[in-house]
Design a protein around this ligand. Structure first.
Ligand code: ZN
Length: 387
């Protein structure tokens, strides 16, 4: 058993100073003044630390992605230590542009590997393309038969790399995902890669208007990638749509008009968007091409899952968004939207996924996943198999 004493608890709502008792991978109790015989419990003084739910990163290319500059630009797999350093205890893996050399079977194997190494993992079936290339022959079968598959993605829209799906094709895809989700008790959500194309969110808006499929069936990502998509995203979210910001970026993207996650969240809240409709994901292990002023490729960088909490921290420290509100976009919101039970909250009965933050600097001090210490006193305690 693990007893964290005197932590300042954000569940993610601020609930004040309390002790957290965990055993068997679950949180048993959260209340002040818990006392147990020393022989049965590892007691840790968490005074000066803020306890928050382990972070959920809902869009990570865990098997690597990229490849858009040829084979040499295929990006590497996610390392366990990157997730630990970023406080990420739950990961949703996905494929991107490449659905030939990257496969759902490989993604499932990597998700299982990270699970064995201590994280909680899920995955999307498919990649950019429509029709969706599944693991078992159909989206519904994947959702019903493969525990880790919670939806479809990332399917590309309004992008030169998409398969240019028609409205009918995309509506049918959404319908299959919806039925599979209903029958399996999962989200069945479609993670939609939004490109820079002028059509923006129009296909999603039309499906929501013209069919019976609700807005909650879609989680469009990269919503801050350009000013036009961001503005459309505000209207879309105010009308009940869900929107996801990508935290991995490079200076060149921001120079070209990408809306920074911290400023984007602040502006959406100021515009009256319900905070419950917004999530952040890292796009970790995706490729980030860095171009010089003449548009020449300078170097390729790789998205990092450590950018996830860095963006939330920046939202608190530079945009003045309350910690409890900012935390929601990587904890309670993705847990609810993706139907990840026991995740994203600190509460009795929830999984013992806990991140400890320094109360002054908001730096990550400790990480506990499924009740096990992965980082303690800023020192990583666990490494991946080949690290
Ligand atoms: Zn994408």
């Amino acid at each position: 058993m693990l007893l964290l004493k005197n932590a300042d608890v954000y569940a993610p709502a601020a609930t004040g100073r309390a002790d957290i008792l965990a055993a068997g991978g679950r949180i048993l109790r959260i209340e002040p003044g818990i006392r147990l015989p020393q022989a049965y419990v590892e007691e840790v003084d968490a005074a000066g630390l803020i306890a928050v739910p382990g972070f959920i990163d809902g869009h990570v290319h865990i098997t690597g992605g990229g490849g858009e500059g040829g084979y040499a630009t295929r990006t590497p797999e996610l390392l366990l230590s990157d997730a630990i350093r970023g406080g990420v205890t739950t990961v949703v893996g996905c494929l991107g542009t490449d659905g030939i050399t990257r496969t759902p079977a490989g993604l499932l194997a990597k998700a299982r590997a990270l699970d064995e190494e201590g994280l909680s993992t899920f995955m999307y079936t498919g990649h950019y393309a429509v029709p969706v290339q599944t693991l078992t022959g159909s989206i519904e079968r994947d959702l019903l038969l493969i525990d880790k598959i919670i939806g479809v993605g990332e399917v590309a829209l309004s992008d030169h790399r998409s398969t240019q799906p028609t409205f009918e094709e995309f509506a049918r895809l959404a319908a299959e995902a919806r039925r599979g989700g209903i029958l399996s008790g999962k989200a069945g959500i479609i993670n939609v890669h939004m490109g820079d194309g002028r059509r923006g969110l129009s296909v999603l808006r039309r499906i929501i208007e013209d069919t019976e499929i609700p807005a909650t069936q879609f989680l469009p990502t990269h919503i801050g990638r350009n000013p036009a998509l961001f503005e459309e995203g505000i209207a879309y979210a105010k009308a009940g749509g869900l929107v996801d910001f990508t935290t991995s970026t490079v200076p060149a993207f921001l120079d070209e008009g990408e809306v920074k996650c911290s400023a984007g969240l602040r502006r959406m809240l100021d515009a009256g968007v319900d905070a419950a409709n917004i999530t952040f994901t890292s796009d970790g292990q995706g490729s980030l091409p860095d171009f010089d002023g003449q548009g020449r490729l300078r170097r390729l960088d790789v998205g990092r899952v450590t950018s996830l909490f860095a963006a939330v921290r920046e939202t608190v420290r530079t945009e003045g968004v309350p910690l409890a509100t900012a935390l929601r976009v990587i904890t309670a919101n993705p847990a609810r939207i993706l139907k990840l039970r026991g995740k994203g909250v600190l509460a009795a009965g929830a999984d013992a996924d806990i991140v400890l933050l320094d109360a002054e600097s908001l730096e990550i001090d400790g990480v506990i996943a499924k009740g096990r210490w992965l980082m303690k006193g800023r020192q990583p305690l666990v490494r991946g198999a080949f690290e």
